[in-house]
Design a protein around this ligand. Structure first.
Ligand code: 5AD
Ligand code: SF4
Length: 375
């Protein structure tokens, strides 16, 4: 019996696919890189931008033929798209050849859902409203020498463009001891040289459960684990980046000197409309502190262009910020309207043509900066 997984989206999803693989392997399935040979195909979907959803819809549609060739093949769709009830129902109703639909909150039930499907052959749409932290799930790591470790789930920030808080729910931190135990086990295998901590907003680790301590304390405790490994983390929200975090990064050789610090825009007007809760001035002061403490730190960012009401002048301010920070990497996105978010209903939506122009401008600027830095 063989399985195949198709993963869309961010590192969180990549890691969740490792858990899916762990569950399937425990059930006795082995991996195949060929969809047509798989007895179970899992689509782990992403909802962050409309384009990602459209692509997934197209690709799920294309599975119809595979099901025709082998009616016993089990097709599973999970992830952020199907954690939205309306999308889960739409997939259920549009694609009768999809056997099992579940979200992110009930991933831990995958084994029992597959068994139920095999036993009674009925299609399944299973949905849970709330996040549950389930410890001890098997995990089959597929990211080479890097081991992903989730430290928290969900997001409380409600940036006005973003669907994540609606899909993934409120922030819940894992218990520190569970995280430390997982990392000790990873280190003891000697198979990995890097641990990457994952969370939508790692800097606010523990704020839902102060007895777990802060993110910088967690980092320090991880660095105290004996063994030869490097540590990094994503994603940091600028509003929560503390001086303690900067000093823990500086003091510990195990921590890689890099940070992904999404700025999203260089215009205070747009940052406010985005509900980012910091100003350009504050952001630049963080960059200065980081570089003062660690002169060679690699800094990368996310930027959204064409957010509602973004004028040429606002975009120029983003360009100025990029020129002054001289990022080591930029992920530039065209704003994409997500239903249910605040920005969806804002006046002043920007034309795709302009978004396209602005995103290309940033990509070229990134190239120029890299060339200047000799990279
Ligand atoms: N449109 C465009 N980009 C978005 N992102 C999140 N939501 C949207 C959206 N609606 C980007 C942000 C975030 C990254 C993971 O995806 O830049 O940091
Ligand atoms: Fe989305 Fe903002 Fe939360 Fe990041 S911090 S997941 S952009 S709402």
């Amino acid at each position: 019996m063989q399985y195949h997984i198709v993963t869309y989206g961010c590192q969180m999803n990549v890691h969740e696919s490792e858990k899916i693989a762990g569950i399937l392997q425990k059930m006795g399935y082995t991996y195949t890189d060929k969809r047509k040979d798989a007895d179970v195909i899992v689509f782990n979907t992403c909802a962050i931008r409309e384009g990602a959803e459209d692509r997934a819809f197209g690709n799920i549609g294309a599975l119809k033929q595979q099901k025709k060739e082998n009616p016993n093949k089990i097709i599973v769709v999970c992830g952020c798209m199907t954690q939205q009830k309306s999308v889960a129902e739409k997939i259920f109703n549009t694609f009768p050849f999809v056997d099992i639909i579940l979200g992110t909150h009930n991933l831990f039930m995958l084994e029992s859902l597959i068994k139920r499907k095999i036993a009674n052959r009925k299609r399944i749409l299973d949905y849970l409203d709330e996040t549950n932290i389930v410890e001890g799930l098997p995990c089959y790591r597929t990211s080479g020498k890097n081991a992903w470790v989730n430290i928290m789930y969900g997001c409380n920030n409600f940036c006005t463009y973003c669907i994540v808080p609606y899909v993934r729910g409120r922030e819940i931190s894992r218990k520190k001891q569970d995280i430390l135990n997982e990392i000790k086990e990873i280190v003891s295998t000697n198979n990995y040289d890097t641990i990457t901590l994952l969370g939508q907003n790692v800097n606010s680790y523990g704020s839902d459960d102060v007895s777990q301590g802060t993110f910088s304390e967690l980092l320090q405790d991880i660095c105290n684990i004996e063994g030869d490994f490097q540590l990094t983390f994503m994603t940091s929200h600028p509003k929560d980046l503390s001086d303690d975090l900067i000093s823990v990064m500086k003091e510990n050789d195990k921590i890689i000197k890099e940070i992904h610090l999404p700025v999203q825009s260089g215009s205070n007007k747009i940052l406010k409309l985005m509900n980012r809760k910091y100003t350009v001035e504050h952001y630049l002061s963080l960059i200065e502190k980081l570089r003062q403490a660690m002169p060679n730190i690699r800094i990368t960012t996310d930027i959204i262009v064409g957010f509602p009401q973004e004028t040429e002048e606002d975009f120029n301010q983003t360009v100025q910020l990029v020129k002054s920070v001289k990022y080591d990497g930029i992920f530039a996105f065209m704003y994409s309207k997500r239903s249910g978010t605040v920005a969806e209903k804002m006046d002043g939506q920007v034309d795709d043509e302009i978004k396209n122009k602005r995103v290309n401008y940033l990509l070229n600027l990134e190239k120029e900066i890299k060339a200047q830095k000799g990279k």
